[in-house]
Structure formats: structure tokens, C-alpha cells
Design a protein around this ligand. Structure first.
Ligand SMILES: Nc1ncnc2c1ncn2[C@@H]1O[C@H](COP(=O)(O)OP(=O)(O)O)[C@@H](O)[C@H]1O
Ligand SMILES: [Mg+2]
Length: 258
């Protein structure tokens, strides 16, 4: 399998000197679902933004291996808040991402139908955002990202603001969509259970400056994963890794050797 995205020795800094993270190497294989965890402020969102080319790297490289296609975007992002435009109907919120892409009105209509169907909201095209629940709004945010038919989907805590039941439902929906579309996904969350439930692999971002501190392959079969004993063990393992990363960061802050 080819890596759809690969970073090498990547560093990002906002003041041009102090790096948020550095020496960061990661690769996401085509069709893989990778989750990324780390404490708040570790640099998860920043990493997604540099991969999406929204901010520059201080050092290192980001290689995107996606064949250019004028009717698609290589990468699309989904955020914690769907940020729907309240004055646009659902249809027009979904086509927002298609502006600047070379597709006909006919294809635009098809993409709206296709993505609404994917997120389980057939028939919602003419609704206004205020007529949707929080979970439905988040689904429209996902539909908007899928409408550009990206090879890589970057998701930044997309379910972080949802209640537990809605969240669990959307996790399963996302896995179904992933199964149907075979997109590559890099999914950020601070919820370790969510990371282990969704991922083929969990990456832990930690340390000061941060790097990929540890990596956990998750080979538990997806059917019944949440209920398996292995799941509980894997969650514990990642939790321990996170504690270790935090302890090291604290030591580094107090000037002790890491
Ligand atoms: N635009 C910015 N300018 C300056 N500092 C920033 C900016 N964005 C993020 N940071 C800092 O970078 C660090 C990592 O932030 P972020 O990537 O949002 O972390 P996470 O998503 O893991 O919570 C934080 O210390 C944050 O304050
Ligand atoms: Mg963040």
C-alpha cells in the first residue's frame, strides 16, 4: 500500500523559533483509519492544519500522494463545530465546498444527494440549519467534506461537542461511511475510547516539543470491538502511554532530564 500522506522530520512554530512539535514522522496508508490522541495543547489541530497546507512548516516535509483531479479536492477537513451558514439551506451548505471545483450543476446536485444519503439525511436538502439537531448538523458538516470526494479526510474532534449517545451513533455511521467510500482518515480526538474504537492505529502525540510519542496498532476485529476484553486492555495501554507523555513533559518543564 502507498502512503497517501507522509511527513518527515516535520516541525511547526508560531513564533519562528519555539516549535510546537518537531521531528514528527507519520505516514497514513491509502484507505487507513488513523486516530490521533494527545492532551489539550499538544498540537493535534496544528498538525492537521499543516497537513492541509493551511499553515507552513518550520522544518521538514509533508508529502501528499494523491493524483490531482479538478473535480475533487485531495483533502477535506471536518471540525468540532459544523459551522453551517445559517442563511443557507442544507443543500447550499453542502455545495459550499464545491465552489472553485470544476464540476457542473448536475454533478453538484448528485453530490448533494449522494452525501446526504451517506450521512443518513435523505430528504434534508431544503432544510435550514436551525431545523437540525446538533448531531444532524455535524452530519451535514461531514457531508460537506465528503462532497468534494477527498482522498484524505482530516477530522478535528468532530464529535467532541455531542452527547454520548449521539456520539456513539455517529462513530458507527462514520465507520460505515469509511467502509463504503474507502477514504483515508486522520481523526483527532482527546477521547481514548473513541480513538481505539475507530482506529486501525492510534498515534499518541506527546512530549515537549511534541512528537509521535507512541503508536498503537489496533487489530481487534471491528465487529463487537467496543464490547471486547481486548478493547478495554488497549484503552488502558493508550491511557498509560498518555500519562507517561504528560509526566515527561512535566519533568522537561521543571528542567529535569526527560
Ligand atoms: N495561531 C496560533 N498562534 C499561536 N499559537 C498557537 C496558534 N494555534 C495554536 N497555538 C498554540 O499551539 C499549541 C498547540 O495547539 P493546538 O494544535 O490547538 O493543540 P491541540 O489541538 O492538541 O489542543 C498550543 O500551545 C496553542 O496555544
Ligand atoms: Mg485541537
Amino acid at each position: 500500500m502507498a502512503a497517501v500522506i507522509r511527513t518527515e522530520n516535520l516541525a511547526v512554530s508560531f513564533d519562528g523559533t519555539t516549535p510546537i512539535f518537531e521531528g514528527l514522522d507519520l505516514a497514513i496508508e491509502t484507505g487507513e483509519f488513523v486516530t490521533l490522541v494527545g492532551v489539550s495543547g499538544a498540537g493535534k489541530s496544528t498538525l492537521l492544519r499543516v497537513i492541509a497546507d493551511l499553515i507552513p512548516a518550520l522544518a521538514g516535509t509533508v508529502d501528499v500522494d494523491i493524483a490531482p483531479d479538478p473535480s475533487r479536492r485531495s483533502i477535506a477537513m471536518v471540525f468540532q463545530a459544523a459551522n453551517l451558514m445559517p442563511w443557507r439551506r442544507v443543500r447550499d451548505n453542502i455545495t459550499l465546498g464545491l465552489e472553485g471545483i470544476d464540476v457542473s450543476d448536475e454533478v453538484k446536485r448528485e453530490r448533494v444527494e449522494w452525501t446526504l444519503n451517506l450521512v443518513g439525511l435523505d430528504g434534508y436538502a431544503e432544510r435550514w440549519p436551525y431545523q437540525l439537531s446538533g448531531g444532524q448538523r455535524q452530519r451535514i458538516g461531514i457531508a460537506r467534506a465528503l462532497a468534494v470526494d477527498p482522498a484524505l479526510l482530516l477530522m478535528d474532534e468532530p464529535f467532541g461537542a455531542l452527547d454520548a449517545i449521539t456520539r456513539t451513533g455517529l462513530q458507527d455511521e462514520l465507520l460505515r461511511i469509511w467502509g463504503e467510500t474507502r477514504k483515508s482518515v486522520l481523526f483527532v480526538t482527546h477521547d481514548i475510547e473513541e480513538a481505539v474504537y475507530l482506529g486501525d492505529r492510534v498515534l499518541l502525540l506527546g512530549g515537549t516539543p511534541a512528537r509521535i510519542f507512541k503508536e498503537y496498532p489496533v487489530t481487534i476485529q471491528r465487529d463487537g470491538r467496543r464490547e471486547s476484553a481486548e478493547f478495554v486492555r488497549k484503552v488502558e495501554e493508550v491511557r498509560d502511554g498518555l500519562s507517561e507523555a504528560i509526566a515527561q513533559a512535566n519533568n522537561a518543564e521543571m528542567g529535569e532530564p526527560a
